[in-house]
Design a protein around this ligand. Structure first.
Ligand SMILES: [Zn+2]
Ligand SMILES: [Zn+2]
Length: 319
């Protein structure tokens, strides 16, 4: 087992298994940053999750405010090379980019993938919000390079990872991502509109994206009561997150994109509810995405084609 706080690993070396794929949460909130004492255990930064595998450059899901903390954990004396898989361009998924220290250094390079945008390229969309008067620094002014690419339906490779994007119902074009590295499958669906008509039908392409994943990181923003009031805001209930995972045969579900109004006690209660719903389904474990939490895939020999994983809650970090 391994414990990590914002990129710093604590604990002894892993034994067993060949390749370890590490998934670390640096930002777990949806909508807006919300650091405050009642949210201290799970954290208040917006979406940012990093995938590390030996011999590969890192992949990061989304560029929310958690990105800054990841950047601060990386070596300061060498150029950074990595790839961002951005789900969509809402603030909570892109706002961390100008505060990512490695991209302020010459020789660094960040490849950014995002869904095609209406009315212009992804590069134009990013340049549209990262410029005066919204922000003093333009993307072209960064000392490191940022390259923008539109995703399509075809899988693409990033180092040893095979990546596939699919559009997920939300507000505006939004991707979910499936990343497979040495047989370990991580799926990231940060924002997912549950059908507002109450049908609870999951889009077939979403099920296909999630199929048999070892870890699904999924929107878990609302209680059913909250969803009834915000049924068209682009998100879903915890119940729907469990349903998606169960229908797709996912082994481990991480509740993610916590509502900014949900304090630690509320999230504890939602997780207990989700765990009760998962009983008797293929979902063996329901985790709560937590800043500083690292989930390690591939730490034990595989069984029945599935990949066991280890996860340990980190020491809470104040910020
Ligand atoms: Zn969001
Ligand atoms: Zn959104």
């Amino acid at each position: 087992m391994e414990r990590s706080t914002r990129g710093r690993s604590i604990g002894g070396p892993f034994s067993g298994g060949s390749v370890l794929v590490k998934v670390t949460f640096y930002g777990v909130r949806g909508s807006t940053p919300c650091p405050c004492e009642p949210n201290r255990r799970y954290g208040g930064n917006t979406a940012c999750v990093v995938v590390d595998a030996p011999g590969s450059e890192p992949l990061v899901f989304d560029l929310g405010t958690g990105l800054r903390f990841w950047g601060e954990s990386l070596p300061a004396n060498q150029p950074f090379h990595g790839t961002a898989l951005v789900t969509h361009l809402h603030w909570d998924h892109v706002q961390g980019l100008p505060f990512f220290p490695p991209i302020l250094r010459p020789g660094s390079h960040l490849d950014v993938y995002a869904p095609p945008q209406e009315g212009g390229t992804v590069a134009e969309a990013f340049s549209g919000f990262m410029r005066p008067p919204y922000f003093p620094v333009r993307i072209v002014d960064l000392l490191g390079d940022v390259t923008f690419r539109e995703t399509g339906a075809a899988p693409f490779r990033v180092g040893r990872a095979e990546v596939r994007a699919a559009l997920v119902p939300h507000v505006g074009d939004t991707n979910g991502y499936r990343v497979e590295i040495d047989g370990r499958v991580i799926v990231y669906i940060s924002d997912h509109q549950e059908p507002a008509d109450g049908s609870r039908t999951v889009a077939p392409e979403v099920i296909e994206l999630c199929r048999d994943a070892d870890l699904l990181i999924h929107d878990a923003q609302y209680t059913p009561e909250e969803f009834a009031l915000k049924a068209t805001w682009g998100h879903c209930t915890v119940d729907f997150a469990v349903q998606v995972a169960a229908e797709a045969g996912v082994r481990r579900l991480a509740l993610f994109h916590h509502d900014p109004s949900h304090d630690d006690a509320t999230i504890d209660a939602l997780a207990a509810h989700a765990r009760s719903l998962a009983v008797g389904t293929p979902v063996e474990e329901v985790l709560i995405a937590t800043e500083g939490l690292t989930v390690v895939l591939g730490a034990e020999p595989r069984t029945n084609g599935r990949v066991p994983a280890e996860a340990l809650r980190p020491t809470p970090v104040a910020h």
